[in-house]
Design a protein around this ligand. Structure first.
Ligand SMILES: Nc1ncnc2c1ncn2[C@@H]1O[C@H](COP(=O)(O)OP(=O)(O)OP(=O)(O)O)[C@@H](O)[C@H]1O
Length: 369
């Protein structure tokens, strides 16, 4: 359902390239004004294709793209209120910082005074005031990145598209730029659509994440929704580390796995229905074998700085990874404790729509009782 807040809408958009390959398969979503969105997924899943469709560099094969409620399938790129920051920044090496940022304004034939005012303001926004005369070759990777952003925001777009803009930076700078970009988006108040295949980056920066696989959106939601309630194995695996083990539903609030029955908070599934269980490594607590809900033999232990990463096997042969500040011994038998809330139950083959429907129906029943 589109609302006043909706700025971009994809309705069953399919994209086939000339070689016949379908790279987007009837994708529908909505983007709201003023939020930070991330398209997250492995290489080749169609993230850049979505950005290029929004920017107007590509036309959909089927379906409709709307901007502010109007269909824009055939509106040329230069008439869209959208700007793109490319992965390689695409700066002009023969122009200095000022002229790189001014480029789009000069094409629009703005007066010199207006160009100066706008360029200086854009440079101030990205903390590059005083760098106007610098050559592009005299800048660090992070500074080039900021010039590319200034060049995009100087046109006052309503939507900024960012295609893996941090991938060329080293880890430390990348983390700094994540904060800067997030902060910049808040200050500008415009919509950012950011592409990455790095799940930590997506979790840290976004209001909403679209998790993609093979030309489809598997799940969309806030970082906590997606982390805590992944709808399937692909999403659970892609976002953070998970223990995923086979099980079956006993009844509402009770699930079986590793040969035992456990209390959980999930429901709305058929009794005996086969399911997959997700428990995050940080939700498992190490205790004695007698006190633990699960008994596990430790196979490996790695020191990861803030915690130990411990991997062991239960008697049914399931692998369990635990993040703990406790040190254990390889070969030791330990107990694992966890809250019913830590168990997340996934139904095989469930789509996002079916998942939402089930949750809603289940919550409504809960309220009536
Ligand atoms: N011009 C083109 N002609 C034919 N196929 C293309 C073209 N551009 C992209 N593709 C194919 O479309 C699919 C999706 O590509 P896309 O660039 O959208 O993926 P991506 O998720 O952005 O990947 P990456 O993270 O590697 O950039 C890929 O299989 C790719 O090979």
């Amino acid at each position: 359902m589109s609302t006043e807040q909706t700025i971009i809408q994809f309705e069953q958009v399919t994209k086939r390239y000339d070689d016949g390959e379908t790279v987007l398969k009837s994708v529908s979503f909505e983007i709201e004004r003023g939020k930070f969105y991330t398209l997250l997924g492995p290489s080749g899943c169609g993230k850049t294709t979505i950005l290029r469709l929004i920017a107007g560099f590509l036309e959909p094969s089927e379906g409709e793209i709307r901007f502010d409620g109007k269909v824009i399938n055939r509106v040329p790129a230069n008439e869209r209120l959208v700007n793109t920051v490319f992965q390689d920044y695409a700066l002009f090496p023969h122009l200095n910082v000022f002229e790189n940022v001014a480029f789009g304004l000069r094409i629009k034939k703005l007066k010199q005074a207006a160009v100066e005012a706008k360029v200086l303001e854009a440079l101030r926004f990205v903390n590059l005031k005083g760098y106007e005369k610098r050559e592009i070759t005299e800048l660090s990777g992070g500074q080039r990145q900021r010039v590319a952003i200034a060049r995009a925001i100087v046109n006052e777009p309503e939507v900024l598209l960012l295609d893996e803009p941090l991938s060329a930076l080293d880890l430390k700078l990348r983390t700094e730029m994540q904060y800067e970009l997030r902060e910049l988006q808040r200050r500008l108040g415009i919509t950012f659509i950011f592409v990455t295949h790095d799940q930590e980056e997506a979790l840290a920066m976004s209001d909403e994440i679209f998790v993609m696989k093979e030309g489809t959106i598997q799940q969309s939601g806030t970082p906590t929704d997606i982390y805590d309630e992944p709808i399937n194995r692909f999403v659970a695996d892609f976002i953070g580390e998970s223990n995923i083990v086979p099980g079956s539903m006993a009844e509402d609030y009770r699930v079986q796995f590793a040969g035992k029955t456990f209390e959980c908070v999930d429901g709305g599934l058929r009794p005996n229905e086969p399911v997959e269980i997700v428990i995050r490594p940080e939700d498992l607590e190490i205790t004695t074998p007698e006190r633990g809900k699960l008994q596990v033999k430790v196979d490996t232990q790695l020191f990861r700085g803030v915690h130990y990463e411990i991997v062991g096997y239960d008697e049914a042969g399931n692998e369990w990874m635990v993040h703990s500040t406790k040190k254990v011994e390889v070969g030791e038998r330990i107990g694992l404790d966890f809250d019913p809330e830590a168990i997340h139950v996934m139904r095989f083959g469930e789509t996002e729509e079916e998942f939402d429907k089930r949750l809603l129906a289940y919550e409504e029943i809960g309220h009536d009782q």
